[in-house]
Design a protein around this ligand. Structure first.
Ligand SMILES: [Zn+2]
Length: 153
């Protein structure tokens, strides 16, 4: 699959587990639908977290009032990855082999997702490779998934 635009739409029946959307991460999922990657930032010291967390650097206001959602660049580096040759859920059967990666965002936090596009990692030298977000829209299901693709510079 050659993915050049910053987003693409998948209009198929959903056969995989649904994302777990709750009060604490609802803003994150709403952001994805608008093609924004939101991370959780401390207004007091600037530390960035994902998922939402209390800042570890000092005392926090109740209900994390000293933190807010802010838009991330959507870029990062491959921290680790593995290539799945076996589907652990029937919904993934037609996609194997696929690449699942831990991405270190430029802002600091780690996020895990699938790597998409034609330029997928094959060996350990791919660790540290620059990636950027691609938004996979699922209009029928009402959510957008954050996927990543390798950026050649
Ligand atoms: Zn802080």
């Amino acid at each position: 699959m050659n993915i050049n635009p910053q987003s693409y739409t998948v209009d198929l029946d959903w056969k995989k587990p649904y994302p777990s959307i709750d009060h604490d991460n609802e803003a994150f999922w709403d952001g994805l639908k608008e093609h924004k990657l939101l991370v959780w930032k401390c207004k007091q010291c600037g530390a960035v977290y994902w998922p939402k967390a209390y800042c570890q650097n000092h005392d926090n206001e109740p209900f994390a009032a000293n933190c807010e959602w802010t838009e991330a660049s959507g870029r990062g580096k491959i921290f680790a990855f593995n290539i799945h040759h076996w589907a652990f859920h029937p919904g993934f059967k037609e996609e194997v082999p696929y690449v699942y990666a831990l991405i270190e965002l430029d802002e600091g936090p780690l996020i895990s997702s699938q790597l998409v596009g034609g330029d997928l990692p094959t060996d350990i030298h791919t660790v540290g490779q620059t990636v950027e977000i691609v938004y996979e829209d699922h209009p029928a299901q009402g959510f957008t998934l954050p996927k990543f693709r390798v950026v050649r510079e």
